[in-house]
Design a binder for this molecule. Structure first.
Ligand code: PMP
Length: 291
């Protein structure tokens, strides 16, 4: 990373320049990936779906027995301060909580002080050109562990999947458990069937409960679409009228090709477009935190 990183982060209780921020090498996040994380989008000065992201953080922490160091209000205050100090109007806020610093041993003592790291990333989530052109995906085996509902910082399988994405020159990988799609490497997978059902995998320990997934389903219901939450196969993607994926960092991206084969007629579809537009419209009805 650049040594002229002028972003202000929130690291171990203080607002500091990322240039100067340090984490002890004995941090269990570094040694074991013993921690969880969250990513919230910032669009036009608004924190998107933030309460739901912070609730999922609370759940991830509880599932691995780390006490949540802050209330939702306190987290939001720090996020807001990061937006102000960095003049972050558009981008992402990353939050990571690891179990803390201790002698290296698998077993941990209760009551370690969790290590909190937060920083902004600048991007225009809502101005991704792939929205217009459509994205291409590959399928890869889902190599992850059996508790994918926890937003773990142990991301080696996703690092490998995203490297395959880069090598293939595509936009995303959808992960396969046998013949069935679990989810994207960093996104939730959706298809639209010939009978106009919106299909996405049901929540379980097999996938991350995507926050964007949640909001998109809410909007789809409002639009009168039939939602079916169940696993679907690779073959179903190829016969779908549309496919797309969702995440905080992309909102939603239409899929026009999978493993080199055309999907959804090879162009972004109307269901995707109406859900995407409604999502952005809903965000803009909320008051901005910074202008
Ligand atoms: N699944 C995985 C594996 C992810 O990493 C992400 C991105 N965090 C998602 C789904 C989408 O979740 P969200 O909409 O909450 O960003």
């Amino acid at each position: 990373m650049s040594t002229v990183d002028n972003r202000i982060g929130f690291v171990r209780g203080e607002f500091v320049s990322l240039r100067d921020a340090v984490i002890p090498v004995m941090d269990r996040g570094f040694l074991f990936g013993d921690g969880v994380y969250e990513v919230t989008a910032v669009i036009e000065g608004r924190l998107v779906d933030n309460d739901h992201h912070l609730q999922r953080l609370e759940r991830s922490l509880a599932e691995i027995g780390i006490a949540n160091p802050f209330s939702i209000e306190a987290w939001t205050e720090i996020e807001t301060e990061l937006m102000r100090r960095n003049e972050l109007r558009n981008g992402l806020i990353y939050i990571q909580v690891s179990r803390g610093v201790a002698e290296r041993a698998f077993q941990y003592a209760e009551g370690l002080e969790p290590t909190v790291v937060m920083f902004p990333q600048f991007s225009r989530v809502q101005s991704n050109p792939v929205i217009e052109t459509g994205g291409r995906i590959i399928t890869v085996p889902d190599l992850r562990w059996a508790r994918r509902d926890i937003k773990s910082t142990s991301l080696l399988a996703q690092v490998m999947a995203k490297h395959a994405v880069k090598q293939a020159g595509v936009n995303e990988a959808w992960m396969l458990d046998g013949d069935e799609i679990t989810e994207g490497a960093s996104s939730t997978a959706f298809i639209v069937s010939a009978s106009n059902e919106l299909i996405t995998r049901n929540l379980s320990q097999d996938i991350l409960p995507g926050i964007t997934r949640r909001t998109i389903i809410e909007i789809a219901k409002r639009h009168g679409l039939t939602i079916v939450e169940r696993p679907f196969s690779k073959a179903e993607v190829l016969s779908a009228t549309e496919a797309f994926y969702t995440s905080a960092s992309t909102i939603a991206v239409p899929v026009i090709e999978m493993d080199g084969v055309s999907v959804g007629g090879g162009a972004p579809g109307p269901v995707f477009r109406s859900l995407y537009d409604a999502y952005l419209q809903d965000i803009m009805t909320q008051p901005a935190i910074i202008s």
